[in-house]
Design a protein around this ligand. Structure first.
Ligand code: ADP
Ligand code: MG
Length: 307
């Protein structure tokens, strides 16, 4: 084989916004028949927006205080909505200590008024605030009333991502968010299918939110794999491989790194985290999923020239 054709192929890749780790990657790119797409940040914009807050008045304030310490797309949206809230300037600022993030579950922290130290007994006003999936909150010993569960369920049915907010040991509110599909994702899914690949949608989010995103880009409900914990995403890829398929995985998050490394071909969004990019064979520089189809097309063409 002449390395010239490969170099031409990879040079063309750079023009198409596809960075290929090395010439040997082209062979696995050519053979893939299945493509697993992460939802948040890969198929969707990855920029969530708060669309509804349900429950007690302090829900958004408490949630925003804790989420301001997390980098998750859900957290960024809740923190931004808290900043924009009308009571932001009149209420005393909140301080958070003991912040912890639980992958695939939620976040928690101890919240108190920054002025609490001045008032006698101020420390008593410290509250343990948790934001996340109702099941995860329950595992942490929080009481989750039926009305909170059903508010989350209804939002998810409608295609939103919804999290519950708890303080003083009880969930007292729900925040609903939306994250639209990127305008290019539907076209990308169609192109991947035309190339003979079967696309799946994989996410830690609920089945409801996952199906709405999948339908928007033309992936049937049967090929949606939802509520997968970050640690289990790689196992989903391995299961498809065990069925005899050659699997490409496209992702952007820290959560996707193990699955990207397990896949026969890992493709990272250039707009994603460094961890995902390092675990991948190909980087889609502009974060446009159509570049995944370009990569497959390019590899087939390049290897035809060589043979
Ligand atoms: P994805 O696969 O879409 O990136 P994750 O695995 O990161 O999803 O998260 C799965 C679920 O865990 C979220 O839908 C949410 O319910 C909960 N969760 C994760 N991180 C947070 C957070 N910072 N705040 C609230 N909930 C969270
Ligand atoms: Mg993601």
């Amino acid at each position: 084989a002449t390395p010239t054709a490969i170099l031409v192929g990879t040079g063309r890749g750079a023009q198409l916004g596809v960075l290929i780790r090395g010439p040997e990657i082209l062979e696995s790119t050519r053979r893939v028949d299945t493509v697993v797409l992460d939802k948040t940040g890969t198929v969707t914009e990855g920029r969530m927006r708060v669309v509804d807050v349900w429950g007690a008045p302090e829900v958004l304030r408490y949630a925003a205080a804790v989420e301001s310490l997390s980098e998750h797309p859900i957290a960024q949206a809740i923190a931004a909505a808290g900043q924009a809230a009308p009571d932001q300037d009149t209420e005393p600022p909140l301080e958070v200590t003991g912040f912890t993030a639980h992958a695939g579950g939620g976040v928690e922290g101890l919240v108190r008024s920054a002025h609490a130290g001045l008032a006698p007994g101020g420390a008593l006003n410290t509250r343990r605030v948790l934001v996340g999936r109702p099941d995860w909150l329950a595992q942490q010993g929080v009481t989750v009333p039926d009305e909170v569960r059903s508010a989350v369920g209804q939002q998810e049915q409608a295609g939103a991502t919804a999290v519950a907010v708890a303080w003083n040991g009880t969930a007292g509110g729900v925040i609903a968010l939306r994250d639209p599909a990127k305008p290019t994702s539907a076209r990308a899914v169609a192109e991947l299918r035309e190339l003979g690949l079967r696309p799946y949608l994989l996410t830690g989010d609920s089945a409801g939110a996952a199906r709405v995103a999948a339908r928007a880009v033309g992936i049937p409900d049967a090929d949606v794999i939802a509520r997968v914990l970050p640690a289990d995403k790689a196992a989903v890829v391995a299961r498809l491989q065990a069925e005899g398929r050659t699997v490409a995985m496209v992702g952007d998050g820290v959560n996707d790194a193990a699955a990207l490394a397990t896949a026969d071909l890992g493709l990272a969004m250039g707009t994603g985290t460094d961890v995902a990019i390092e675990a991948s064979d190909i980087t889609l520089v502009r974060g446009d999923l159509r570049a995944a189809a370009s990569a497959v097309r390019l590899s087939r063409k390049t290897l035809r020239i060589i043979k």
